[in-house]
Design a protein around this ligand. Structure first.
Ligand code: SF4
Length: 87
């Protein structure tokens, strides 16, 4: 059996390269989605106006997650989607 690559196989490998590049770009964009959401909701790691912070928000999921902001967040953080916990 020969280890030589056929012309047809070589052409198919070369034409597949841009597709693989596009797929890896899409995966990278998906992995970066959490920072986009943080940016969109203006998440910050410090309390907001009036001392509002994630630990007092109904959307906070202890110890460090949120229902709307993807990725790890701080209990002392804040974003514009803040919704006070029911008292
Ligand atoms: S919605 Fe905003 S303020 Fe509320 S827990 Fe999530 S990041 Fe914090």
């Amino acid at each position: 059996m020969s280890n030589r690559i056929t012309r047809a196989k070589l052409i198919s490998l070369i034409t597949a390269l841009p597709i693989a590049g596009a797929a890896s770009t899409a995966v990278a964009a998906a992995a970066d989605d959490s920072s986009g959401t943080k940016a969109q909701l203006k998440y910050q790691v410090k309390p907001g106006p009036g001392g509002k912070k994630c630990s007092g928000c109904a959307l906070f999921k202890p110890p460090a997650a949120c229902s709307v902001v993807k990725g790890k967040i701080s209990p002392n953080g804040y974003c514009i989607a803040f919704a006070p916990k029911a008292k």
